[in-house]
Design a protein around this ligand. Sequence first.
Ligand SMILES: NC(=O)c1ccc[n+]([C@@H]2O[C@H](COP(=O)([O-])OP(=O)(O)OC[C@H]3O[C@@H](n4cnc5c(N)ncnc54)[C@H](O)[C@@H]3O)[C@@H](O)[C@H]2O)c1
Length: 333
Amino acid sequence: MRTTVTGGAGFIGSHLVEYLLRQGDEVVVLDDLSTGRLSNLDAVAGAAGLRFVEGSILDRDTVDSVIAQADRVFHLAAAVGVRLIVDRPLDGLRTNIHGTENVLDACRESGSVLLLASTSEIYGKNTSDALSEESDRILGSPLTARWTYAAAKGIDEAFAHAYWREFGLQVATVRLFNTVGPRQTGRYGMVVPTLVGQALRGEPLTVFGDGLQTRCFSYVEDVVPAMVAIAEEPAAYGQAFNLGGAREISIVELAERVIEVLGSDSPVTLVPYEQAYAAGYEDMRRRVPDNRRARELVGFEPATPLDDIIVRVAAGLSATDPHARDGQAVARR
Ligand SMILES: NC(=O)c1ccc[n+]([C@@H]2O[C@H](COP(=O)([O-])OP(=O)(O)OC[C@H]3O[C@@H](n4cnc5c(N)ncnc54)[C@H](O)[C@@H]3O)[C@@H](O)[C@H]2O)c1
């Protein structure tokens, strides 16, 4: 199978590339290394079936060249992370809308199957007990930069669905809910690597707002096989699938788990949103997935417990950041 992964040097993309190579795929990665890193692919560097192309999904010729021979495409390249989106909304909109359109057009021309990576952010402020794929979206103003990520990903999904309806493109969408694991970076506001890194360095764990907002974290190695299984299932085309974690936890509880699991002495510090981002920042109080559709179609089970996830994220950070290791020694004294 010839497979192209856009964003394959990113956090989720690199785990996906490893999984596909293990399955025997020939994999082409397209990544502009804006938030991804070549070192994320160290474990498979030199693999005979892997080719890396540095370039942007905004460059139509490059996109065509990496997709023309592909049997299937996993489209993960995107401007990701709340901080990045809030700081540079225009880049985010262009990458996440025009870039995806380029990928859709290229797949239409090549006849490749496409899996589109979307996000639970599209549900916005809907705090339902279990968000199903049919749940309503409740978004803030389009003039608030924070919502442009959800707006752009929503447009991507609508584009993909229209390509399926009008051109018969074999495309399925996955809505990822707070996927975590080694290689995710805290640089762009991702909460788990941020808190784990702070605990390892013996710094206070910073929690935004009152910390009572909740999320369901899923482990990247539970999510990746489900993404591949969905791409391989013709019944999935034209549909969207939630892929989220099983356990709802508040961010303050998450910080406490990190401290406990890593044996840290760090305190938890609450930081007002206005201090963390700009004034008027809005966050989701709650985001709980209904995973039934993916469970029924491909047997998706987010099985890895949160404590194990924290240990694996810490091991990943310690291996790449010597300061984290020093901090761990401090924190454990
Ligand atoms: N991690 C999560 O919890 C989560 C949740 C919901 C959705 N997603 C989606 O999953 C996908 C992967 O996210 P991630 O968490 O691995 O983030 P990431 O930042 O590690 O991965 C994104 C990758 O895309 C690359 N990229 C960005 N702009 C590009 C461009 N113009 N051309 C080519 N490459 C470009 C980056 O360099 C990076 O390697 C994204 O589409 C994201 O929206 C992730």
